[in-house]
Design a protein around this ligand. Structure first.
Ligand code: PLP
Length: 377
């Protein structure tokens, strides 16, 4: 059996839930969950399905209406050109990633990805039978994966580049030229590219560029998308795996042998959002921008430090040196115990010496949580 460590963020978040259940007030900066009431279009779509009173098995690839609306959404916002049959609905983006890797990897193939990385990448790669190969990036370079770093990390076992744009935890956004250079190397090296783009609609400054928008690279690129962040639907668990051609890829079989598709009511709820992507994503992105601004303003006020403001996503990736600390796990443990503030250690993202704050909780909780942290420090 493959030994898998639990997701670092989910572990911290589970502690938050448990402590809250026991009556403790916890300020949650751990999970990146855009806490908002469901947009009414989501509720209406789910309710009208519910009123039908049916519950047959779902279609494994997803309801056609949702697949078509996802194609429309991506084509309108990411300059892509997908059709509904190129899009599979999955139980969240995480499962899209896992099942794609499972479908693509042979035993002990290397999967390359940049650090700092989303906490789940090493575990998911191992679970799918691959070997994680971590590519260090540097804050002086804006935490970007460069063509040079990629070129120097290739080996005969390299099979997949797992690319994350916009990046969790650093908020890095890649330009068209940067992505072009990376995809060109991937092509040269015969790599398949899984591009995790689940924050594509949570961009405050600059342009989001999708790997799916490079026509000449379409056949080697798989996209991972999700409703969790872009439409604030984390609990509905709907994501998408997108490929130019599923013919030779066994992803559908992975789905038929595991989840048998996603709960139909969740798919209809997602349809309510994705069909009206403009309105629902704006509702989420504007709220997250307000939370981001409050987070950085309060941080500046309380700690007299001006952090570089993130351009995308839901996170601030902060050097621990600001708090005169070095061990991120110890720091986060103490912050939870003593300040009732939940944070995620940089170590879990492959970058010791940092700590991640998610600013996706309510404005009030962000302000009170930072005050509690400042008081403790
Ligand atoms: N990819 C990244 C970079 C993430 O941060 C997350 C969630 O935090 C996911 C994928 C998975 O999202 P979900 O499974 O909720 O769709």
């Amino acid at each position: 059996m493959v030994r898998i460590e639990p997701s670092g963020t989910v572990s911290v978040y589970s502690q938050v839930m448990e402590r809250r259940h026991n009556g403790e007030r916890i300020y949650n900066f751990s999970a990146g969950d855009p806490l908002l009431p469901n947009h009414p279009l989501i509720t209406e779509a789910a309710m009208s399905y519910l009123q039908k009173g049916e519950s047959p098995y779902p279609s494994v690839a997803g309801i056609p209406e949702l697949r078509q609306s996802a194609a429309n959404w991506l084509n309108a916002t990411c300059k892509t050109d997908y059709t509904a049959d190129q899009i599979l609905v999955t139980p969240g983006g995480k499962f899209a990633l896992y099942s794609l890797l499972l479908a693509v990897l042979e035993k002990e193939d290397e999967v390359l990805f940049a650090a700092p990385y989303w906490v789940s990448y090493p575990g998911i790669v191992k679970l799918a039978g691959g070997i994680p190969k971590i590519l260090a990036t540097h804050p002086e370079n804006g935490w970007k994966l460069t063509p040079d770093i990629l070129l120097h990390s290739l080996s005969t076992k390299s099979k997949v580049l797992l690319f994350n744009n916009a990046c969790n935890p650093t908020g890095v956004l890649y330009t068209r030229q940067e992505i072009q250079a990376i995809l060109d190397i991937a092509k040269e090296a015969g790599l398949q590219v899984i591009s995790d783009e689940v924050y594509s609609g949570i961009v405050y400054e600059g342009e989001f560029v999708s790997c799916g928008s490079f026509a000449e690279h379409r056949e080697r690129v798989f996209l991972v998308q999700s409703c969790s962040k872009n439409f604030a639907m984390a609990g509905w668990r709907i994501g998408f795996a997108i490929a130019d051609d599923w013919k030779d890829i066994e992803l559908r079989h992975v789905l038929t042998q595991t989840a048998t598709g996603c709960p139909t009511i969740c798919q209809w709820a997602a349809y309510g959002a994705v069909e009206h992507f403009d309105e629902v994503n704006r509702y989420v992105a504007q709220a997250m921008q307000r939370r981001r601004d409050i987070f950085y303003t309060q941080f500046h006020k309380l700690f007299s430090v001006e952090l570089e403001i993130t351009k995308s996503g839901l996170y601030a990736f902060v050097p621990l040196a600001l708090f005169e600390a070095t061990d991120s796990v110890h720091f986060c443990h103490q912050a939870l115990e003593q300040a009732h503030v939940a944070l995620v250690p940089g170590l879990y993202f492959g970058a010791e010496g940092y700590v991640r704050f998610a600013f996706s909780d309510t404005e009030e909780n962000i302000a009170l949580g930072l005050q509690s942290l400042a008081k403790w420090l």
